[in-house]
Design a binder for this molecule. Structure first.
Ligand SMILES: [Zn+2]
Length: 91
């Protein structure tokens, strides 16, 4: 219950914080993870969680669960998920 409230409150600042942290993440992880697996070097433009965190606050911000993706793979992944990331997609 408490965690859920904290998560909701945090969500208000989330787009800014998400942008800040993902930009930093992409500096350290500059290439699309899926493309790398196919031996292609493509710059990552978006950060996407490997496991969808739903309302799991800790998992949402867990960088071990993050991956940098190119726009192609990001959009493909997004299409297969629901609209949970709607608020952050516009950044
Ligand atoms: Zn890719």
């Amino acid at each position: 219950m408490f965690k859920e409230n904290l998560f909701k409150r945090y969500k208000q600042n989330e787009p800014i914080e998400w942008y800040r942290q993902t930009q930093f993440y992409l500096i350290l992880n500059p290439y699309c993870k899926i493309c790398l697996k196919k031996h292609k070097i493509v710059p990552a433009e978006k950060v996407s969680p490997i496991v969808k965190p739903a309302n799991n606050y800790n998992l949402f911000w867990d960088k071990a669960n993050w991956q940098g993706l190119c726009l192609y793979h990001y959009n493909r992944k997004k299409l297969s998920e629901n609209n949970f990331y709607k608020n952050t997609e516009t950044l």
